[in-house]
Design a protein around this ligand. Structure first.
Ligand code: PGA
Length: 215
C-alpha cells in the first residue's frame, strides 16, 4: 500500500478546492493499491468530505491540530472537533516547528490527542534528531532543504536517513520534499518507501495525479 498525501498548506479557497476535487475525481483511477489523503486548510475539510463520500481510497487529513483537548482557547481547532471529519492529521511539519515554535513536547501531546480521537498522525521529522513518539504508524521524513526548493533528496540519502531515525517497526515511511512526476518513481521502486507527502505539486490535481500514475 502506497500513500500519496496532498499538503495544500495555506492555499486555496472554497471555489478552488471544489475545482481541484472535481478535476481530480474526473481523472482515471489506476488499479494499483494506494491511498490518497488530502490535507486542505480547515474550512475546506467539510465541503471536500461531501464530495468524496462515495469514493474509495480517498481520505481527509488536517495539517495540524490543537495541543488542547477543549476549553477556553479561542481559535484553536481540537482533535475532538475534527473527529468524524478526518481520518489523518499531519503533526510536526517543519513549517510549524519553525514559524509556530512547536516543541517536541507539544507535538507528543498532539499525537496523544489525535490517537484519543481516532485520528492517525502523519508524523513529520526533519532528520535523525527529531524523536518519534510511540504509537505513530506513519512517519514522513522531510529534509528542510528539499521542501519547496525543487531539490529533492536522492533516494540513497533518504534510505540512509531511514536507518538513522528511530523509525518504529511496522510503520509506514514516507518521503517529502519537491516530489513531482519526474522523480517519484525512483523512490517507490524501493520497497522501503511507502509513499509521499507532497506540497507544491499537490496544488494542481493533474500534476498530483501524474505522480500516482508514475508511481
Ligand atoms: P513540497 O512540500 O512538495 O512543496 O516540497 C512538501 C511538504 O512540505 O510537505
Amino acid at each position: 500500500m502506497k500513500y500519496f498525501i496532498a499538503n495544500w498548506k495555506a492555499n486555496k479557497n472554497l471555489d478552488e478546492a471544489n475545482q481541484w476535487i472535481e478535476k481530480y475525481l474526473s481523472l482515471p483511477v489506476t488499479d494499483q493499491q494506494y491511498i490518497v489523503i488530502i490535507c486542505p486548510p480547515y474550512p475546506l475539510l467539510y465541503p471536500l468530505k461531501e464530495k468524496i463520500k462515495n469514493r474509495k481510497n480517498i481520505y481527509l487529513g488536517s495539517q495540524d491540530l490543537s495541543i488542547f483537548e477543549a476549553g477556553t482557547y479561542t481559535g484553536e481547532v481540537t482533535a475532538k472537533s475534527l473527529s468524524g471529519l478526518i481520518d489523518y492529521s499531519i503533526i510536526g511539519h517543519s513549517e510549524r516547528r519553525k514559524y509556530f515554535n512547536e516543541s517536541e513536547e507539544s507535538l507528543f501531546q498532539k499525537v496523544h490527542l489525535a490517537k484519543k480521537y481516532n485520528i492517525k498522525p502523519i508524523y513529520c521529522v526533519r532528520d535523525e534528531n527529531d524523536k518519534i513518539p510511540n504509537l505513530v504508524q506513519i512517519v514522513a521524513y522531510e529534509p528542510v532543504y528539499a521542501i519547496g526548493s525543487g531539490s529533492n533528496e536522492p533516494v540513497e540519502r533518504v534510505l540512509e536517513m531511514k536507518q538513522k531515525i528511530h523509525f518504529p517497526n511496522e510503520s509506514f515511511f514516507l518521503y517529502g520534499g519537491s516530489v513531482n512526476k519526474d522523480n517519484a518513481r525512483t523512490y517507490l521502486e524501493s520497497p522501503q518507501i511507502d509513499g509521499f507527502l507532497i506540497g507544491g505539486t499537490s496544488l494542481n490535481p493533474i500534476e498530483f495525479h501524474k505522480i500516482i500514475v508514475a508511481a
